[in-house]
Ligand binder design. Sequence first.
Ligand code: P71
Length: 458
Amino acid sequence: MNGPVEPFKIKVVEPVNLPSEERRKEAIREAGFNTFLLLSEDVFIDLLTDSGTSAMSDNQWAGMMLGDEAYAGSKNFYNLEKAVQEVLGYKYMVPTHQGRGAEHLMYSHLVKPGHLVPRNMYFTTSKLHVELPGGKMVDVIIDEAHDPENLHPFKGNVDFKKLQKYIDEYGIDKIAFVNVEMDVNMAGGQPISMQNLRELREFCNDYKLKIIYDATRSSENAYFIREREKGYEDTPIINILNEMMSYSDGCIYSSKKDCLVNIGGFLATNDKEIFESTRNMVVVYEGLHTYGGMAGRDMEAVARGLREGTQYEYLKYRVNQVRYLGELLMKANVPIVKPIGGHAVFLNALKFLPHLSREQWPAQTLAAAIYEDSAVRTMERGAISKGRDKETGQNVFPKLELVRLTIPRRVYTNSHMEYTANSIVNLYNKRDTIPGLKMIYEPQYLRFFQARFEQVPL
Ligand code: P71
């Protein structure tokens, strides 16, 4: 089996080092068995995240030299605004320093105390920015998404019966808006279909409910629509994106993923009222409305990357490189979430480490063990990420207890994928020797970033 051929050649390289076995053992202990707390220089292959870790193109770097760093009215802002209008089809855009800045502005504007926000699963920062103004995020994704073995081609789809149930139970006035994520991260990078988006629009029209997307990985979602949904086989990605967005009232967007940049974000909408209000608040929290926390050069790189990231040949390579890693693991019977997602391969930690209880944090344990074994850095996406129930204060144990092998865009070669797969297969073969963990430090917000753990002897 060969990996997909890269549709680029490499102009700049950054050396990486494989730390010794002794150093790896020491490093993960110093980090309290939390891969977020490792030093980057102790990491050989960094699959922690696809966020802000892309390699920019020569065209993007050239754009960086054209940064207009004026406080107000920067040229690059207008280039970004135009790119958003053309690629996504929204009229208005408010720039922010990254995705959560946009979530903050959008969700604090739309959510009032006691409100519900139905969403196709959840994302950590999104859930928090709904909770901070007094709302609650509830899950309306189809059941198939919670089953790692289910092969549904659009596991990101919304289940209308679940949505209806919340409307009936709480009343339409209690629903702030419907929040829809593209290429659902926590479900394993699973897309939503165009048909589902279209039907959701019709459903929400009946109730005059707003639909706000988390369009962060919308280009990768659009690729899956082209690959899997009848009628889109030959449609340019940009047309698919325009149609997807036409079914929404606005979106938040972390540019750090599909826009192939290291920093940036924005919100976009056709709704004048949302636009005016968030444009007003951006000056309080992020910066003037023509830079929103980004340098002019950053906005130029986002503008160019947003366009570049919709090229079909690039997206095909991108999704197939992730698939290549997933298939290498599947061939060796390592339990992963299927179908293989757009930005990452997710290991099913409950099946990988069946000898551990949920309280021993199997996904956290597995991420730490992978690092110690091979210096590959991955991320826990399970009960530690989910956090405690806001009302009861108890730990919540989601069905999905996963470790994410997230592939940065245009950064690693197929032999890096092979090294990673071989290491994980070796670890899988000695999985019953891996001891679980106990949490010894837990911060209040987004605990996964800073929590610390200790090993519990087998
Ligand atoms: C990812 C990230 C970055 C991250 C965030 C929190 C914990 C661990 C890692 C960020 C997203 C995202 C979606 C769907 C909003 C954000 C926030 N993802 N929506 O997957 O995936 O954007 O990081 O630019 O603030 O590693 P931001």
